[in-house]
Design a protein around this ligand. Structure first.
Ligand code: NAD
Ligand code: DAU
Length: 358
């Protein structure tokens, strides 16, 4: 497929920055446009290494700005959208659900409608076009502590405002295929970890807190289970599916790598202590059991056999290796963490925008 001009939304965030880097470096002939509002989760330092590449452009824009998005799509003759922009943190969705409905539901609808208007008005119509929506396994709800897995046939049963908003956006994407014939794809992925993840999520928060010898808040009894995938493996899956996935299909993406939170936390402590030169077990005393998250989903686990069998994707980074790389990255990039903790990264975002005004 000769895709030439692709909008990647949410490219200044965690997963989006890895997807942008992969596409900009792997496809120099593509025009990659990173559309991001730069909320608290957007950090242009995540993309410092590709910022000056000739096939990359950053546009600060809210995906809810339908007119702006439509203009940009027409201007850039966009033929592909890879949509990652979202409010992504479950705890924030419990505290401020409106932002989640606005960005995740209305923002996705705004992008879909802009793509529809843009593509329906060009000579080739939907031919050669693709709207790829990145979603989460959380839309399926929660599993028991058994051997069951989420498949592409599992019914939606979201519990948090975050997962409810993502479920709603998935339905809108499928509706645009079924109603207007837009060539859409949806993928539902398990928990990602790796460099550049905002330190509010479990793994980076705990690495950052151990580094500062601050307490480690374990929700409830720490018995909840998550299926962890290294972020670069997710980005590779997105590349494979964008190019070779079948239109109107859903693909589950997962690490087949389930960990009970408390077991994972003990491994994180061990690896961070080792890298900091602390005695084994030094930071175990930082663990603090705190009030559970409201509506805390017990277990997520993904069956990604459709993607593996149909498109030959496999996770390539073993968990021990991925966690070690991740811990090293955060410890070696203390300035990145410090800038977030102090809020300085937002000033740097503004400086970048000022310097690149045109
Ligand atoms: P993130 O919070 O790190 O980044 C989100 C990005 O979207 C930020 O750069 C932010 O500035 C941008 N954004 C937010 N609202 C916007 C708006 N209205 N307009 C334009 N840009 C906006 O998120 P992430 O963890 O990288 O997740 C990316 C996507 O992947 C999300 O759609 C999420 O639901 C999905 N996902 C995440 C995981 C995970 O483990 N992190 C797993 C599966 C799926
Ligand atoms: O499953 C995919 C989802 O994974 C993505 O769609 C979300 O965007 C992403 O944030 C993530 O959601 P989780 O809620 O699973 O991730 P989080 O890192 O917030 O929490 C992981 C587990 O750790 C969860 O069971 C809650 C627990 N936890 C989390 C934090 C932040 C704690 O015990 N203490 C904490 O301080």
């Amino acid at each position: 497929m000769a895709k030439r001009s692709i909008i990647i939304t949410g490219g200044a965030g965690f997963i989006g920055s890895h997807v942008v880097r992969l596409f900009v470096n792997k496809y120099p002939e593509y025009n990659i446009i990173n559309v991001d509002k730069l909320t608290y989760a957007g950090n242009l330092a995540n993309l410092a290494d590709v910022a000056d590449k000739p096939n990359y452009r950053f546009v600060k824009m809210d995906i809810c700005d339908f007119e702006g998005v439509l203009r940009l799509m027409q201007e850039e003759r966009v033929d592909g959208v890879i949509h990652l922009a979202a409010e992504s943190h479950v705890d924030r969705s419990i505290a401020e659900p409106f932002t989640f409905a606005q960005t995740n539901v209305m923002g996705t609808l705004s992008l879909l409608q802009a793509a529809k208007v843009c593509w329906e008005s060009c000579a080739e119509g939907y031919s050669g076009k693709r709207f790829y929506h990145i979603s989460t396994d959380e839309v399926y709800g929660a599993l028991e502590f058994d051997n069951t897995l989420f498949t592409e046939q599992t019914s939606y049963n979201p519990h948090s405002p975050y997962s409810a908003s993502k479920a709603s956006s998935d339905h809108f994407v499928r509706a645009y295929h079924d109603t207007y014939g837009m060539p859409t794809i949806v993928t539902n992925c398990s928990n990602n970890y790796g460099p550049n993840q905002f330190p509010e999520k479990l793994i980076p928060l705990f690495i950052s807190n151990i580094r500062q010898q601050k307490s480690l808040p374990v929700y409830g009894k720490g018995e909840n289970v998550r299926d962890w995938l290294y972020v670069e493996d997710h980005a590779r899956a997105i590349d494979t599916i964008f190019h070779n996935g079948r239109v109107a299909q859903t693909y589950n993406i997962g690490g087949s790598n389930e960990w009970r939170n408390i077991d994972l936390i003990k491994v994180i402590i061990k690896v961070v202590d080792r890298h900091l030169g602390n005695a084994e077990g030094h930071s175990l005393g930082l663990i603090e059991y705190v009030t559970d998250r409201l509506g805390h989903d017990a277990r997520y686990a993904i069956d990604s056999s459709k993607l593996r069998n149909e498109l030959g994707w496999e996770p390539s980074v073993q968990f021990e290796e991925g966690l070690d790389r991740t811990v090293r990255w955060y410890l070696e990039n203390g300035a990145w963490l410090e800038d977030i903790i102090s809020g300085n990264y937002q000033r740097r975002n503004n400086e970048y925008l000022e310097e690149n005004k045109r």
